[in-house]
Ligand binder design. Structure first.
Ligand code: I85
Length: 354
């Protein structure tokens, strides 16, 4: 069933979307690239979500990567795409399945009946891992993995958690060069080797942050001043300064803390990759994780006013990370063009092929 979905080709429809759908005034969400509204199929009456994007290369990239990734149970499915004039501008109208269960943390916050447990947190992270594994094995990095992009398909226990918004997704293209040994390892340009790893590792850092918040209700890094991203917070992220404070973390298993530590590594080279994460016992055997009650739901309810700041901080931290990793690539490129450095490296490694 996955193969069938994946092999669908994206052919955008050119007829007016209003012939096929009734577009409601009800706004479901606002993304940076466009708004998401409710719409209904005129044929079946079924509800869908519609994302309106101004037609531009960036929007086309978003739609194309999202569509290619649509064959995963844990990624919001694109139903169809229209190319229409809308509000006097050429637009891409993306019809998606409607995620009626709302955002991940909203669902946890609402939990008052029975306590939210570590095993449930592990089951959620397992699902997020399936989405990341699907993307990374297709050479797609999402790069905007944050709480507001994780939505439930339905209200209630049958709802499936899915990832959305491919506005910052990037295709990782370097693997083809690795398969063609037409260079000596010492002279291979870093854009061939470098960016690949860092784009994926951005998603792994996000996974660590989401897992941390799930287990306690607050993020590992936060600014004290309510500012978007304070210099102090930047420093703490760079230095990997975070704690597992009392009392929220007292009963959380060492396995969970260990996994977080290996995801929140400051150096992206040290961070676990998705294939390693899914092999850790906390993920692979999530059904055996202790059913320790967590304080997350209570903290999320009590600190509800801070949630907008938490979201803003994560958005900014992700933006910083995307820029930093791109600069990191440019820096390495400078090195590779430095003839003296090249000479010295040659000297240091007499065994290297030329
Ligand atoms: N359904 N980031 C936050 C939403 N169904 N939402 C966001 N980028 C996107 C909104 C702002 C995500 O690409 C977004 C995108 C796509 C969706 C999306 C897709 C499919 C939904 C920006 C809902 C919804 C529907 C019914 C009820 C409820 C929510 O958002 C709620 F439970 F909240 F009442």
């Amino acid at each position: 069933m996955m193969g069938e979905t994946q092999s669908r080709n994206l052919v955008s429809k050119k007829n007016l979307i209003t012939e096929d759908y009734r577009i409601s005034k009800n706004v479901l969400g606002l993304g940076i690239n466009g708004k998401v509204v409710e719409c209904f199929s005129k044929q079946t009456g079924e509800k869908f979500a519609l994302k309106v994007l101004r037609d531009a290369p960036k929007a086309r990239r978003e739609v194309s990567l999202h569509f290619r990734a649509s064959g995963c149970k844990h990624i919001v499915r694109i139903v169809e795409v229209y190319e229409n004039m809308y509000g006097g501008q050429k637009c891409l109208l993306v019809v998606m399945e409607c995620m009626e269960g709302g955002e991940l943390f909203g669902r946890i916050q609402e939990r008052a009946d029975q306590p939210f447990t570590e095993r449930e947190a592990a089951a959620i992270i397992y699902d997020v891992c399936q989405a990341i594994l699907h993307l990374h094995s297709m050479n797609i990095a999402h790069r905007d993995l944050k709480p507001e992009n994780l939505l439930y398909s339905k209200q209630g226990p049958e709802g499936i958690l899915k990832l959305t918004d491919f506005g910052f997704a990037k295709e990782i293209t370097s693997t083809k060069a690795l398969q063609t040994p037409c260079y000596t390892p010492y002279y291979v340009a870093p854009e061939v080797l470098g960016p690949d790893k860092y784009d994926r590792s951005c998603d792994m850092w996000s996974l660590g942050v989401i897992m941390y918040i799930l287990l306690c209700g607050y993020p590992p890094f936060y600014s004290n001043h309510g500012m978007a991203i304070s210099p102090g917070m930047k420093k703490r992220i760079r230095n990997g300064q975070y704690e597992f404070p009392h009392p929220e973390w007292d009963r959380v298993s060492p396995a969970a803390k260990d996994l977080i530590k290996r995801l929140l590594k400051t150096d992206p080279d040290e961070r676990l990759v998705i294939t390693e994460v899914i092999k850790t016992p906390w993920i692979a055997e999530f059904t055996k994780v202790p059913q320790t009650p967590l304080l997350s739901a209570k903290v999320l309810r009590e600190e509800e006013d801070l949630w907008v700041d938490v979201q803003e901080e994560m958005t900014n931290a992700l933006a910083t990370m995307r820029v930093d990793y791109d600069q990191c690539v440019i820096k390495q490129l400078d090195d590779s063009n430095n003839p003296i450095l090249k000479k010295r490296r040659k000297k240091e490694e007499p065994g290297s092929a030329v």
